[in-house]
Every structure is written in C-alpha cells, then in structure tokens.
Design a binder for this molecule. Structure first.
Ligand code: PMP
Ligand code: GLU
Length: 396
C-alpha cells in the first residue's frame, strides 16, 4: 500500500545541480572510470593545519557539547573583528552569528526577511541554489537575465526597472560571482545600494568568495557604503578561502533585529552550528595565515591564466578572464550552433564521451555556457583542456 506523499513545496524543489553532477562524477570514478571532475566548487587544498588543529583540540579537550545557538561569544567577537579587518564592515558581535555554512546562512536570512509571496530579485548568472532557497522561504524568485556583454554586471537602470516592475522586496547578489567571476567596481556596488535604498529593499549579499580576487580587483561589500549598512545582510566565511567546505560553518552579519530574529529561527531549526567547527572558525578569524593564502591565490591565478590562454585557442569556445572566485564560465554558443544542441547536451556529452564533468550554464540561468571549476590540480586542468579540445574537434 502506498503511504502519504511529500508536500507540494518539497516537490517543487529539485536537487542541487552542482552537487548532483559532483555525485555522478564520483560514482563514475568509483566504477573505475578515469573521470576528470571540474564540477565541484571546492578547493583541492586541505584545511590549513592550525585551523584543523583547533577542531582536534576541541574534541580532545572535551569541548563537544551544545553551545549558544548563534555561536559562542568568542566566535561572534572574533567574527566581528574579522569583518572589520578583512572587509572594513563595521558589525558589533551581536550583529554577527554563526551558521552551518553559507548555504544555511542564506536559508536563515531569507526565512527572516521574506514575507509570503515577496518578489526577490536574483541576478543571472546565479549560484544554483538561490531560486530554490527563495522558494523555500515562500518568496518568488525573479531572475534578471545575464548580461555577458557587460562583463556580467547589471546596470543600476536594469535593476531599478526590475524593482519597479515586480515591486521587489529585496535583491540577492553574489560578488565575486559564482559562476562568472565578475567583481563590480565600488561605483557599481554603490549604484546597487542606491537603487535598493530608493525602493527601501533588502540587499542579501553573498560574499563567500570575497577574498579570492585577481588582477588587482577589490571586493566592496554594500554594507560598507552609504545607505547600505542598514539594509545589507552579509553572508561570508572561510568555506572557499580556507577549505572549510566539510566543516559547515560560516557567518551571517546584519543589523541587530535581523540577527536576533535569525538567531531565534536557528535555535528552533538547527540548535547551534557544530561546536568543533566553531573552534576552527575562531582560529581562522584570529590567524590570518597570510602566506598560505598567498600561495593558494598564486596557484588559482596560474590555473586561471592557463585556462584563459588554452580555452581561447579552441575553436567554438571563448572565456572572459574571471576577476574573482575560481570558476571559468566558458561561452560554448558557437559550439552549440555547430552541433545543433544546447549547453546541457554538451555537458552530458563531455561527461559520457570525454569523462569530463562540468556544469551546464543552464543551471545558473546562463544557457550557452558551461562552468569549469579551477579549484582543481594543474594535471586535471591539462587533462580537461585536452578533452575539451578533442570534443570541439569532433574526435570523440
Ligand atoms: N554561496 C555560493 C556563491 C557558493 O558558491 C556556495 C558553494 N558552496 C555557497 C554559498 C555555499 O557555501 P557553504 O558550503 O559554506 O554552505
Ligand atoms: N558552491 C559549490 C559549487 O557551486 C559547491 C556545490 C554546491 O554547494 O552547490 O560548485
């Protein structure tokens, strides 16, 4: 006999495409296939020793119990200091809370500010989970089409028009951007803030790649700009810069009423984020590990340059140099035309025929593109380029 079925909301939510492709690539590897996976946005470097050691010490010294649900006071203090030192954002410790990863921080934030049926603007290309996270919070995601010809940064006029048309309550932005690598200038960020202020809207700013920058780009948080502080909700942490991917820990920072409300939600839905990971995050806040981070950035930059050079040599493929994060958003529109297919088919064929896992741009609302993560070894990148070349040349 068939039992009851899951509800309508859960049926509307699809599995994360990035995670599904990562899982498929892993299954192929486990089956002995020589898959090169550039699907995952996860650094190939380990969690740095001093940070991992802080977690180990927490276990060994018995600090493994429940904590305050928004994070231990020492972490909230260290987080506030880190936001100020690293990004010039002035939050008090009571305006910073610990969450179980950036994804969970976004979830808590959206549940805290979105009213039922509120329209929330999302700029394409966007990270795959945004529309689903807005839907889960009972809001309506409104996607602004991508602007590849404008370096993937929307004009204030386009955003203003969307606010007017949809009476939107907020905008969800992500710079440096996953998947485009776009980093707007200070003036562009100020223009976003001005538009949001004119509509008295929230800015939910996902800054998880805030320290991964190239070619002299700087990251400007809307929370540091005039008119931004009172309406910006910042998500940031060490997931990408320090490989805390599996530790599930990050920060949510916002005006006090938001953090108090989000803290109440978290106390009911999660309890506290992992106690051991909180200790690791305290260590990350307190020790800049400057030389380790420089080493990582040099490696990412070398890989980025390699991909830009090599991919632009392949007929049918184009790549604008990303300014931040660790993704190459490759324009495959010419290839799609030649093969009479779309980016989803190209990503599928790359995996099946060339054993190369990438994510189709359609998952990020940028059809005609594919995303390659260069948080991968040079060996993998070289193999990936060889396979792309073979595919584009029709040798598969
Ligand atoms: N935001 C963006 C833009 C991301 O790419 C990711 C990928 N992990 C996340 C949030 C989620 O990060 P976390 O692993 O800390 O939940
Ligand atoms: N954020 C990473 C990515 O875009 C990890 C996967 C995920 O959480 O979606 O690949």
């Amino acid at each position: 006999m068939a039992g009851p079925v899951p509800n309508a909301r859960s049926r509307r939510i699809e599995e994360s495409v990035t995670l599904a492709i990562m899982a498929k690539a892993q299954r192929y590897k486990a089956a002995g296939k020589n898959v090169v996976s550039l699907a995952a946005g996860e650094p190939d470097f380990p969690t740095p020793g001093p940070i991992a050691d802080a977690g180990i010490a927490a276990i060994q010294q018995g600090r493994t119990r429940y904590t305050a649900t928004s994070g231990v006071p020492e972490l909230r203090q260290a987080g506030a200091l880190w936001f100020r030192t690293a990004y010039g954002i002035d939050f008090a410790p009571e305006e910073v809370m610990a969450c179980a990863g950036a994804k969970a921080a976004l979830h808590m934030a959206l549940h805290t500010v979105v009213e039922k049926h509120d329209n929330i603007l999302i700029l394409a290309p966007y990270w795959v989970s945004y529309p689903a996270l807005v839907t889960l919070a009972d809001g309506n995601p409104i996607v602004l089409p991508a602007v590849p010809d404008e370096g993937f940064v929307h004009s204030a006029a386009a955003i203003d028009a969307a606010f007017r048309q949809h009476q939107a309550r907020g905008i969800l932005i992500n710079f440096p951007n996953n998947p485009s690598g776009a980093v707007p200038s200070r003036a562009q960020v100020q223009a976003f803030v001005d538009v949001a202020k004119a509509h008295d809207a929230w800015i939910l700013s996902d800054e998880i790649y805030g320290s991964l920058l190239y070619d002299g780009a700087t990251h400007v948080s809307p929370a540091t700009l005039p008119g931004g502080r009172e309406r910006t909700i910042v998500v940031n942490g060490f997931t990408k810069s320090h490989t805390l991917t599996g530790w599930r820990i990050s920060f949510l920072a916002a005006p006090r009423p938001v953090i108090e409300a989000a803290g109440r939600l978290q106390s009911q839905a999660l309890g506290n984020p992992c106690t051991i990971s909180q200790e690791a995050a305290i260590a990350a806040c307190k020790q800049p590990l400057t030389s380790e981070l420089e080493r990582r950035m040099q490696a990412f930059d070398g890989r980025r340059r390699y991909l830009v050079d090599e991919i632009n040599k392949i007929a049918g493929l184009q790549l604008q140099a990303p300014k931040g994060a660790f993704y190459a958003l490759v324009d495959v529109r010419a290839l799609c035309k030649r093969l009479s297919c779309d980016d989803v088919a190209i990503a599928e064929r790359l995996l099946e025929e060339q054993l190369l896992a990438v994510v189709p741009g359609t998952a990020f609302a940028i059809p005609g593109f594919i995303r390659l993560s260069y948080a991968a070894s040079m060996d993998d990148l070289r193999a990936a380029v060889t396979r792309l070349r073979a595919f584009a040349a029709g040798l598969s």
